[in-house]
Design a protein around this ligand. Sequence first.
Ligand SMILES: Cc1ncc(COP(=O)(O)O)c(C=O)c1O
Length: 418
Amino acid sequence: MIDLAPFRTHFPALELSHQGQPLIFFDNPGGTQVPQQVIEHMSTYLRRSMANVHGAFATSQRTDSVVDGAHAGLAALLGGQPAEIVLGANMTSLTFALSRSLAREWQPGAEIIVTTLDHDANITPWRMAAADVGATVLQVDINPADCTLDFDDLARKLSPRTRLVAVGWAANAVGTLTDVRRVAEMAHSVGALCFVDAVQAVPHVPCAVHALGADFLACSAYKFFGPHVGVLWGRREHLQRLTPYKVRPASDDLPWRWETGTQNHEGQAGIIGALEYLGGIGISFAEQYYERVAEADGQRESLLMAMHAIADYERTLCAYLLERLGALPELTIYGITDPARLDERVPTVAFRHSRVHPDAVAQHLAQAGINVWSGHYYALALVERLGLLDSGGMVRVGLAHYNTRAEIDRLIAALEQL
Ligand SMILES: Cc1ncc(COP(=O)(O)O)c(C=O)c1O
């Protein structure tokens, strides 16, 4: 396993402290910290290149190359083509926009499938678009014992009436990784499309959109060490066929026909920085393990190597977190806890304390300099299904590759004080 500890020094925020103790970031599923490269790319853009696109002058031309670099880099991260990468404010806005365009192809009586495991950003846009055209929404249940998707229920709900299956790759509340390839195959077998919410997967696992079989995949750069920019990948044929809601003068070419208005160019510069940082992890990994330089093989390979290295490191860290949390008698953990099944989850762990309200646990941890979220984190359907909506949801500890065992030890010590 590659030692990722040296990469902590790239993150200025990891030097912050709270009452004399280093601040611990376990709030990563809500948004990660950024490496220095992101800050530098963003400030350089703002100092040297601030302009709109496609002008004859240098600042605009530099903006064009930032925009092209961000699209190319994200295509390398996800495994698609730059023309298939659509950027926008965030995943939620992009999903609402896409849902309206897709709904133009749905007839009354059409069926849309969403899941109980998902963040509301992958449920409500589809519910509202379906309501606009008289389509029906069916919600696939979970296996509550381990918070995995109930594939039998999905099979029962699929039919020739199904137009779209919207599925999450990694659950933001409990960390379950769903076999989205299997979901996409099932969707395609009845002639439906498959939309994958990869917001919580892309920071943790390698992504190859074509191998997944998805038609659309959305993620958000602020969850993978970048700034607040949303990302949508779509198969070229769909992005070309569907009608985007756009103004007349805007280009009809891909991907611009889907990017409404002036984009967050400084954010796109930051994305280039985040991908440079991740690529650096991949190159170290290649040098350490394969005794060659990955850079020569291109950005996609170094990003894939980085994500393999991150997944390996996080699996070990997650095993440790689960082991330590599992040893605390007053905690109940939701989701997969079996050490033999860590490939089926990302290191996002949700739990409840038998006596202390989740918000009070989060407050206690904040006092100890440990950032965690409590509540439902917009995974409304899941928290409701678990019967926890009225009692405050869960406490969520979400690891990133810059977290350490020593930080987990501090978390456990703070929980023991409750
Ligand atoms: C799984 C998942 N989907 C969607 C979203 C929404 O993303 P955004 O904030 O980019 O709209 C989040 C945000 O936390 C999420 O965790």
